[in-house]
Structures are given as C-alpha cells and as structure tokens.
Design a protein around this ligand. Structure first.
Ligand code: THU
Length: 130
C-alpha cells in the first residue's frame, strides 16, 4: 500500500531523541500525490511537532489544500491514533469520510474515518454570525 509505505519510510527520519517514539505520517492530496512527514522534537518539549503536521505542511507547500486519505505508523504495540491537535489539523483539509489508517511497525492495522476520530468538530460554520 503506497501511502502506508511512504509513512513507514519517513518514520525512519523522525527526530525523536526525547521520547524515542518515532512516528511517520502520509497524506494523499486530492491530486493523488502523496506527502509525508515525521515527528520533529525539540529540547523545549512543546515546540516539537507531530508527524501529521509535517505531512500536512508538505501538502500545503506543494499547493494542495484537500486530502483524501491518511496513514500513520509508529512502533507501538497498538496502532497509534492521531493526537487531538492533529485530528483538528487533519479535519481542516479532509472530509469526515476520509479514511485514517493507523498502523504499527509489527503489522497491526486499524482504520477509522476522520469523522469518527473527531466527532462534533469545530469548523468554519461556528465562526459565522460572530
Ligand atoms: N506524535 C506524533 O507524531 N503523532 C501523533 O499523533 C502522536 C504523537 C509524536 C509527538 C512526540 O514526538 C511523540 O510522538 C511522543 O508523543
């Protein structure tokens, strides 16, 4: 599976000296192109960024603002779901039906939609009438 392969490959590049928890993510833009990102930690811990944020930034830098598929992989015993902040970041560019494949380096997989991961999301409609 090409998207998961991209996430698996970029995970190797993760900079995670503080948690030792490497994460790789890949998103497929509406064009079909694949964008990958890894977590990049910082000695000032809150300044670290998640793998999903990197993949999204690469997509936007390439000129795309819609994603149709997501894959995330980590070396955890169970598939790691995107953190809360990343769910909101993904939701900015993806519909509720977008599949998010969560995988482990040992082969476990779990698929959920963005809508399942972030029900009741804050969206642009909530800004109206303010
Ligand atoms: N991490 C991600 O990259 N994505 C997630 O969705 C979960 C957490 C990273 C952040 C940090 O570098 C490490 O995993 C441990 O939390």
């Amino acid at each position: 599976m090409e998207l998961l392969d991209a996430a698996r490959a970029v995970r190797e590049k993760a900079y995670a000296p503080y948690s030792n928890f490497k994460v790789g993510a890949a998103v497929r833009g509406a064009s079909g192109a694949v964008y990958a990102g890894c977590n990049v930690e910082n000695v000032a811990y809150p300044e670290g960024t998640c793998a999903e944020a990197g993949a999204i930034a690469a997509m936007v830098a390439a000129g795309e603002t819609a994603l149709v598929e997501v894959a995330v992989i980590a070396g955890s015993p169970d598939p790691v779901p995107p953190c809360g902040g990343c769910r909101q970041k993904l939701k900015e560019f993806g519909a509720a039906e977008v599949p998010v494949l969560m995988a482990t380096t040992s082969g476990a997989e779990l698929s959920m939609t963005l809508g399942e991961l972030l029900p009741g999301a804050f969206d642009p409609g909530h800004l109206e009438g303010s």
